[in-house]
Design a protein around this ligand. Structure first.
Ligand SMILES: C[S@@+](CC[C@H](N)C(=O)[O-])C[C@H]1O[C@@H](n2cnc3c(N)ncnc32)[C@H](O)[C@@H]1O
Ligand code: SF4
Ligand code: SF4
Length: 330
């Protein structure tokens, strides 16, 4: 299915991984401080000149664009606020996905003034979250930050959306509805969820991945959970198509994608300034951000990705894990 057929809030979403550094040791993630790996960060000047082109593109086309910072931990990147200010001044919407640890009151005020949304990661209640994230007190600290965000947003009249992203795994999926009720009471607006993925930390994945029976039960119940939580003011994302992907993944059935409209709606940019249609193909379908010098170059990148997919298809497309292709956010 062409992802452009679905009406969306944004015409273009750019997820920008600004740093591979992190300050946490989550047991499921390859950016954990426990993992020895390459740790690069983005060049702020490159982001600044790209922002200018993006602002011009927005001015010419009227398109609604979201730039979403990710990491590692994006709030470790010292230029995150000045770069967000610049994008905001150019009419580009800004977001970030964060572990919440670095959200001081002053950063929260910046977020309320500049960001369209903030996504905080929390993996169910304290016993599960603090264990899998290997940080005692993380659950209660993040809960406090969400309360503070909510208070400052009301005081300042900010329209920032507060979102939580949660990982569903064997030990926490049964608590999902109760966890959503808790988030609704905290003042969270929306929740998205990932199934635990195995690519990053296979040793953790084996013992913690969702069982097929759990995925099947969850898929059957999701719509009624959504309806009950909607009454409490919480939007739960995840379409039928997203749940179908849950089920195939739980059975290790590959999901080849013929048409993902690469780069038409979604871009991933890595810390070294390479654009790709998703985070899996950063070094296969890469298009150098330094080639984007004027607004027309933005649409040219899409043609390039289409050609690359035709001529030298990535192995990832034969079993695509990319959540936006399966409408995680619908
Ligand atoms: C890589 S983190 C980067 C942002 C930030 N450090 C954080 O934790 O929110 C982005 C998202 O990926 C999720 N994630 C990390 N490893 C995962 C895995 N193995 N399976 C599913 N989601 C994962 C995290 O929970 C987080 O919501
Ligand atoms: S999930 Fe986020 S906080 Fe945890 S190790 Fe990965 S990047 Fe760091
Ligand atoms: S792996 Fe990436 S490029 Fe391939 S089908 Fe999925 S989203 Fe498209």
């Amino acid at each position: 299915m062409n992802t452009m057929e679905i009406p969306r809030k944004y015409d273009r979403v750019i997820v920008y991984r600004i740093t591979q550094d992190c300050n946490m040791r989550c047991r499921f993630c390859s950016y954990s401080c426990d993992v020895k790996r390459k740790r690069d960060s983005a060049d702020p000047e490159l982001i600044d000149s790209f922002s200018e082109v993006l602002g011009e593109y927005r001015r010419l086309t009227g398109k609604n664009i979201l730039v979403s910072w990710i990491g590692g931990e994006p709030f470790l990147y010292k230029d995150i606020i000045p770069l967000s200010k610049r994008l905001h001044s150019l009419g580009i919407c800004v977001s970030a996905t964060t572990n919440g640890t670095l959200l001081s009151e002053s950063i929260i005020r910046d977020i309320c003034g500049l960001f369209s949304e903030i996504v905080i990661s929390l993996d169910s209640f304290e016993d599960c979250n603090d264990d899998v994230r290997q940080l005692s007190g993380h659950f209660s600290m993040v809960s406090e930050k969400i309360r503070l965000l909510n208070r400052i947003r009301s005081e300042t009249g900010s329209g920032v959306k507060i979102k939580v992203n949660t990982i569903l795994m064997r030990r926490n999926i049964a608590d999902f509805e109760r966890f959503c009720q808790y988030l609704a009471e905290l003042g969270v607006d929306e929740i998205t969820f990932n199934r635990l993925g195995g690519y990053d930390r296979p040793e953790f994945f084996g013992e913690n991945r969702l069982l097929y029976s759990q995925s099947e039960k969850f898929a059957a119940e999701l719509q009624s959970i959504k309806e009950r939580l909607a009454e409490r003011g919480l939007v739960i994302h995840g379409s039928k198509k997203y749940m179908e992907r849950f089920m195939t993944a739980a059975q290790d059935i590959p999901s080849p994608i013929e048409e993902c409209s690469p780069g038409s709606y979604f871009w991933f940019i890595n810390e070294n300034g390479f654009i790709s249609p998703c985070s899996y193909t950063s070094y296969e379908y890469m298009y150098d951000l330094r080639e984007i010098k004027r607004p027309a170059d933005i649409d040219r990148a899409e043609e390039y990705f289409r050609e690359m997919r035709r001529s030298c298809r990535s192995k990832w497309c034969a079993d695509c894990f990319c959540t936006q292709v399966y409408d995680k956010f619908e």
